[in-house]
Design a protein around this ligand. Structure first.
Ligand SMILES: Cc1cc2nc3c(=O)[nH]c(=O)nc-3n(C[C@H](O)[C@H](O)[C@H](O)COP(=O)(O)OP(=O)(O)OC[C@H]3O[C@@H](n4cnc5c(N)ncnc54)[C@H](O)[C@@H]3O)c2cc1C
Length: 427
């Protein structure tokens, strides 16, 4: 029997008909052609860190864990070619060895390059787009088993950067990177309304900025980060404690207690806010300073709305959370607008509001209520997180969705790369 597959949050699970672990493009071509011949579907999985069912399949599940090498590094031009199965943490390490860094990173580095590109993974900065905007070239194996090169300037890259895994199995990407630099990030505690009032200046005046709020409290935390020339003050011991004690044992215990006795969630959140929402200043490489210690298992949905509606949407989601029992932070991050067809930041600077929870009793109500609120502002889904978007809604929200569907029709005419999520969106 084939082993089943579960995503990181363990909410989604599937029983693939078969697993494949190719190590070359030729092996991928062969397995896609074999799937076409036998009428099976193929789905590639990265690290399985998407919260939605986007990586689930009952066809052949392809892991690119054996395609995890840096292919070439051009320090002069700041271009790095890498196999798509490489994990971001390994990529960050390899870049640092060459004195290079990504200009923007998300909260964690467990994802594969192929996966984070496919879903529009982002950090928080109005000076940088999501990570897919760093892609200048790409190679993929299409749904018919052809190797397709998308070189720099190829117009199809606009559809291929955020691709949901629908166009092909991406085997290599070339990314634009920068010389290594240090970031100083400062966290500033304040009340919720004060944080909303200060946020526009934070995102305008600082290269990196984000906002956290703890439901059932007035505790918010604003972060601002800028490039500096100071030495790192990151403590390896503190990092170890955060990762192996606080996030591995203390937070999970607090969350477990709240899940078991939801009436305890407000006081537990108040204690967490008092202990954790403190002024701190951390200096070091972007991947270490802007990235977080791996958080405890939880569920996420996240929506991208135009910047101008951010404060109103946040207030409404706060009111929704106050009527429920929500035991995780609400997070607001910003992303510079881009021109990639399926990017949540397509055509507009964007605030991406993340709704997170572990309390199983209120998860569905929280996500459904938030989705309805964000819909009022033309909210676009984060493709790697829980959402119920239909094809009709996607066509309305993403102006180039029809072009994306056309490109899917060319790259995967038989629907060999489809799964249930892609059927819901594309068929
Ligand atoms: C704890 C945690 C923190 C997170 N933090 C952030 C954050 O800060 N910012 C943010 O934006 N997101 C964040 N995410 C979401 C995460 O970045 C995305 O869901 C990302 O897609 C996961 O990458 P993955 O390699 O696990 O992809 P998977 O979940 O395995 O796959 C996602 C999609 O990508 C496709 N795919 C994977 N590899 C390829 C390939 N080689 N070719 C074509 N398609 C491919 C899959 O078929 C699937 O459709 C977080 C997730 C977790 C669990």
């Amino acid at each position: 029997m084939q082993p089943e597959f579960r995503n990181w949050s363990r909410r989604h699970c599937c029983a693939p008909a078969a697993w494949a672990h190719p190590s070359t493009d030729d092996e991928i071509v062969a397995l896609v052609k074999a799937a076409n011949d036998s009428g099976r579907t193929v789905k590639v999985v990265g690290a399985g860190h998407s919260f939605s069912a986007i990586a689930m399949t009952d066809g052949v599940l392809v892991s690119l864990d054996r395609m995890d090498r840096v292919v070439s590094v051009d320090v002069q031009r700041g271009l790095v070619r890498v196999q798509a199965g490489m994990r971001l943490r390994d990529f960050n390490r390899a870049l640092a060895e060459h004195g290079l860094s990504l200009p923007i990173v998300g909260s964690i580095a467990e994802q594969s390059l192929g996966g984070l590109v496919a879903t529009g993974t982002h950090g928080s900065s109005l000076r940088h787009g999501n990570l897919a905007t760093l892609i200048v070239a790409m190679r993929l194996v299409s749904g018919t088993g052809e190797v397709v090169e998308l070189p720099e300037g190829d117009p199809r890259l606009l559809g291929a950067r955020v691709n949901l895994g629908a166009l092909g199995i991406v085997t290599e990407v070339t990314l634009r990177v920068e010389s290594m630099f240090a970031v100083a990030e400062e966290s500033v505690p304040m009340g919720f309304e004060a944080a909303l009032a200060a946020f526009p200046a934070f995102i305008r005046d600082h290269e990196y900025a984000k906002l956290w709020w703890l439901p059932h409290t007035d505790a918010a935390l604003l972060f601002r980060g800028d490039r500096v020339t100071e030495p790192s003050n990151i403590s390896a011991v503190q990092r170890w404690i955060d990762e192996h004690i606080v996030n591995a044992w203390v937070f999970p215990a607090v969350l477990w207690l709240g899940n078991k006795f939801p009436s305890l969630i407000p006081p537990l959140n108040r204690v967490t806010g008092a202990v954790y929402f403190q002024r701190r200043r951390t200096v070091g490489p972007p991947a270490s300073v802007l990235g977080l210690a791996m958080p405890p298992r939880h569920f996420e949905a996240e929506w991208a709305v135009p910047l101008a509606h951010g404060a109103e949407a946040l207030r409404r989601v706060r009111d929704l959370a106050e009527g429920l029992r929500v035991n995780f932070i609400l997070e607001a991050r910003v992303v510079r607008g881009d021109d990639n067809w399926l990017s949540p930041a397509y055509g507009r600077d964007t605030i991406q509001i993340g709704t997170y929870i572990t309390n199983p009793a209120d998860r569905a109500a929280f996500f459904a209520g938030a989705e309805a609120i964000f819909a009022d502002y033309g909210g676009r889904a984060h493709w790697g997180k829980e959402n119920t978007l239909s094809r009709a809604e996607a066509e309305r929200l993403y102006p180039r969705f029809a072009d994306f569907r056309d490109l899917v029709g060319v790259m995967d005419p038989r629907g060999t790369l489809r799964n249930a999520v892609l059927q819901r969106l594309l068929d």
